[in-house]
Design a protein around this ligand. Structure first.
Ligand code: NAD
Ligand code: UDP
Length: 314
């Protein structure tokens, strides 16, 4: 049976990817150091004989015995407070971790997919962002540990493609959310939902006029698998071009949850991008992919999952 290695397989996106690969009839080996990932994410998978989870830091190396036909490199902190709290680990997993994952793919003659990010566009001067845009990243600001690590990871991936002919794919993920995004994760959707459910004020950073474009995890994973199955070798935006201000997101969360929480405005973090929206022409044309779930439906489904989880933990 074909076997896929998924680094970061116990994380939010990683667990959904593992689930989708298993549903395709593949064997999956998830490698995760559980730094931000949790066993809870893969609790429904551990009994599946086609699934294996190994607790390991990919910065230290990545050797796998037996057949490997695909390597998906998702390991990296993704939430802003997490990577700001672990700057050196974030740089190392983007650099050394990516090199080890690429070496694994090279030695097994397997294909390779890098989970990259809309953050490689920084605070974009072009809008919406197409893959051809080179970005506007502050290389020495606090966020650079993530942005530049991912930019380096993309450069390394393309170098492996050019030097070794490795079959590579780079997915640039734009603000993915959905069930499985844990309440304590630190990203905006999980913060707002957790705050609304606790009756606490929703913390809008800055004046809330900055925009993001949120992609429901089911759409994201469908796009990742389509990219993996394609012959495309370079970067591909997989995101939902429906763009919202953060204040709109806060209001939508209050409406969906029926919460009486207020909204409080706090300092905008350093270098917080003013706007972000994917141009998905390439994904539409090459993969025939487009998102199906809008923000309202996605938030409703995520809220349903939050309520279900809270009931189970009681
Ligand atoms: P996450 O924090 O939930 O998952 C990351 C996983 O990587 C965790 O399970 C963590 O324990 C693991 N990990 C981190 N460092 C590791 C190491 N050194 N060795 C082994 N495992 C390690 O985040 P996520 O949202 O699931 O993100 C997954 C990937 O997608 C990341 O590479 C992230 O940069 C990328 N991405 C995500 C989004 C998003 O909106 N979710 C956006 C852009 C890019
Ligand atoms: N944000 C916010 N309140 C929060 C968390 C985040 O207003 O409690 C804002 C943040 O400043 C950013 C947007 O929401 O403008 C998205 O933040 P997130 O950390 O989810 O993702 P990223 O900044 O990586 O796009």
């Amino acid at each position: 049976m074909p076997r896929t290695v998924v680094t970061g397989g116990a994380g939010f996106v990683g667990a959904h990817v593992c689930r989708a690969l298993l549903a395709e009839g593949r064997e999956v080996l998830a490698v995760d150091d559980l730094s931000t990932g949790r066993l809870e994410q893969v609790a429904d998978l551990v009994e599946d004989p086609a699934f294996e989870l190994v607790e390991h830091d990919v910065v230290l190396g990545l050797a796998v015995e037996g057949p490997v036909d695909r390597v998906l490199h998702l390991a990296s902190a993704a939430s802003v407070p997490e990577y700001l709290a672990h700057p050196l680990e974030t740089l190392r997993v983007g650099a050394e971790g990516t090199r080890h994952a690429l070496e694994l793919a090279r030695t097994h003659h397997s294909s390779f997919l890098l989970a990259s990010t809309s953050e490689i566009y920084g605070d974009p001067a072009e809008h919406p962002q197409a893959e051809s845009y080179w970005g506007n990243v502050n290389p020495v600001g606090p966020r650079s540990v993530y942005d530049e690590a991912k930019r380096y990871a993309e450069a390394l991936t393309m170098a492996y493609h050019r030097v070794f002919g490795l079959d590579t794919k780079i997915v640039r993920i734009f603000n993915c959310f959905g069930p499985g995004l844990l309440p304590a994760d630190g990203r905006v959707v999980s913060n707002f939902l957790a705050q609304a459910m606790a009756g606490e004020p929703l913390t809008v950073y800055g004046d809330g006029t900055q925009t993001r474009s949120f992609c429901f995890v089911e759409d994201e994973v469908r796009g990742i698998l389509a990219l993996l199955a394609s012959s495309w070798t370079g970067p591909m935006n997989i995101g939902n071009p429906e763009e919202h201000t953060i204040l709109e997101v806060a209001q939508l969360v209050l409406e969906i949850t029926g919460s009486s929480s207020t909204i409080t405005f706090v300092d905008l973090p350093h270098d917080d991008p003013a706007r972000r929206c994917p141009d998905i022409t390439r994904a539409r044309e090459v993969l025939g992919w487009s998102p199906q779930v809008d923000l309202r439906e996605g938030l409703q489904r995520t809220y349903d999952w939050y309520r279900h989880r809270a009931e189970q933990m009681r």
